[in-house]
Design a binder for this molecule. Sequence first.
Ligand code: NAP
Length: 320
Amino acid sequence: MKAIRVSEYGGPAVLKVDEVPAPKPGPTQVVVRNHAAGVNPVDTYLRSNTDNRGPKLPYTPGSDSAGVVEAIGSDVTRVKSGDRVYVGGTLSGSYAELSLCEQTQVHTLPANASFAQGAAMNVPYATAYHALFHRAHGEAGESVLVHGASGGVGIAAVQLARARGLTVIGTAGTDKGRRMVAEQGAHHVLDHTAPAYLDELLKLTGGQGVDVILEMLANVNLQKDFGALAMRGRIAVIGNRGTVEINPRLAMNKNAAILGVALFHASPAQLVGIHTALVEGLRNGSLHPVIHQELPLAQAPRAHEAVMQNGHHGKIVLVP
Ligand code: NAP
């Protein structure tokens, strides 16, 4: 089968199409024929071995995909051959025609969702859910700033928060992005490139600030987030690309919490809860991933360049 292989860490050009043996399922495993694979920023960090977190070489990148069950192991009860599924983590990588998964990593893809949408579920939606509900304990009636609402995680957070009954303020850097964030359910949309845009947020919240901030670029925003936060507010740090100096007194003055978020550290029980909620959200139509671009598998290098640029609206997926 065809797969993208990385044989050395480096820039997007190290992503090469290769022919590798098709995987065979062990007793509790499932082989999925991928119709779409999701491209996430973390895939680029692993490819370039940022923070020495790169997988053992050579490897096939990607944790997210959607497709049809091709084969199952003898003890698998969750799915059967021919089922439509989305994949949340794999044993063999998702930028490939086939992926090997533990049965706990495959989830029903309802008929009303496309394969591209299924490939947009795992990292973006599971992270948004984990940040908003498990880490920040967002509740109906509260308000949330999705600071960076036009990307994969941001759109997911807007839809999840709106469906749960929070008041949602989202930000984006382009007109097109802001229109899309409003269409996805944000009550108010701000421009994170405009000067003093968080003053607008204070006006929108009657001077109170928001209860929760989901932060996509903490190294740029964390210090100023405190000015937009309500008393006893919670900032969930999802994305960060550098260091930042903050005055801790700002947190003290509001009894505020700064919470780190890593989907990787969600517990098995939390993951069961997350994916149960996500499958139901797809089924009832409250969750509908937005696809920015579908590219052939061989264009993985282009996809990695695009996912690290601002201004893409929604998800970039590869089609094997
Ligand atoms: P993405 O699709 O590339 O989206 C990036 C978002 O950041 C866009 O909405 C972009 O808006 C926004 N942004 C750009 N400049 C900003 C600024 N100054 N302030 C606020 N937002 C700004 O990426 P993603 O998949 O949504 O992931 C977002 C971040 O979370 C990435 O850094 C990723 O590595 C991280 N992440 C972490 C976890 C975890 O477990 N902690 C999981 C998934 C993702 P415009 O393009 O409209 O300017």
